[in-house]
Design a protein around this ligand. Sequence first.
Ligand SMILES: Cc1cc2nc3c(=O)[nH]c(=O)nc-3n(C[C@H](O)[C@H](O)[C@H](O)COP(=O)(O)O)c2cc1C
Length: 351
Amino acid sequence: MRQSRKLDHIKYSLSLADGPGISGFADIGLIHNCLPNLGWDELDISSSIAGIPINNPLIINAITGGAHDVTTVNGQIAEFARLTNTAMAVGSQYAALEYPEVEQSYKIVREKNPNGIIFANLGAYATPRQAQLAVDMIDAQAIQIHLNVAQELIMTEGDRDFSGYLINIANIVERVKVPVIVKEVGCGIAKEQAKQLAEIGIKAIDVGGMGGTNFLAIEAARSQIDIYPETLSWGIPTAISAVEIMSVLPRHVDMVVSGGIRTALDVVKSLALGGTGVGMATPIIRMLHEKDIEYTVNWFNNLLHEIKCYMILSGIANIKDSAKVPVVITGYTKEWLMARGIDTTQYGIRT
Ligand SMILES: Cc1cc2nc3c(=O)[nH]c(=O)nc-3n(C[C@H](O)[C@H](O)[C@H](O)COP(=O)(O)O)c2cc1C
């Protein structure tokens, strides 16, 4: 069952469109700087997540593993990660903890990219021992713990008990030897829960907001059930969630912005909202599926080039300074944030 689910997730993520919920980036405006006082060679796109240096701010977010048939896909993603010197996460490793015979579908990632930055991935129900096993399986530099309550609820075979997650994550943080990153998978994280997570010592939080890959739509398609568009749009748009999180995040906890990141401008807006990393999942497997590795590497290098162009145009020299440029927040995003007691004008006037 779990193995066929992995294949279905890839199949439907490739065939379904983003949304219907929107990421909110249309409400985020960067301001053109006609005097950036910067040269191309001065631009520095290196960054760090959870204390781990990364060569560029993009992270290939958790996608797959856990079935023999996805070993090739994971090998390709890892090869792409190696060629572009980009951090990547594997999909949930719970399958390999239950069925060691599918371990190779994860281990291939480390084999293909021996020196790369690789994140392990498990759900919030994992024990500290399981989390350490997942890390050791692929010699990961950090572990992502995913939160996916909405997805579980819509799955017929999904979990129904979500109690004790926070304390469980706190135990993982305390006992696992690598930094812990907590991520959503498409419904975003509100400031109240971001604060709780920061307080238990996680090192980074990954927005995983609404507007990109929609796991409610994927699960509905898998089980061939009709669900209302309003249910499919459950969640916090990525841009809104990023601002909510930043309003409570202590400086020592990093934010990864993800969920519907599709363009270089989305990336630079994410950095301006305070992300030190920006996650992407479906565009990468889609590109690898439709084209080949060489084409995907070129596409990615072009994306990095465009990111640098938008950095110059906004007067951003490096990732650390990107959250200092003014950002205009309008529309629904502004209304939401004001209703949540977050003053959006402070973004517009900062220097
Ligand atoms: C096929 C597929 C499988 C995924 N499996 C996992 C998973 O096992 N664990 C996890 O944390 N996120 C998983 N995700 C979610 C992604 O990491 C990411 O949060 C989500 O797709 C939103 O990013 P996107 O809009 O750029 O695709 C998966 C995504 C896809 C497309």
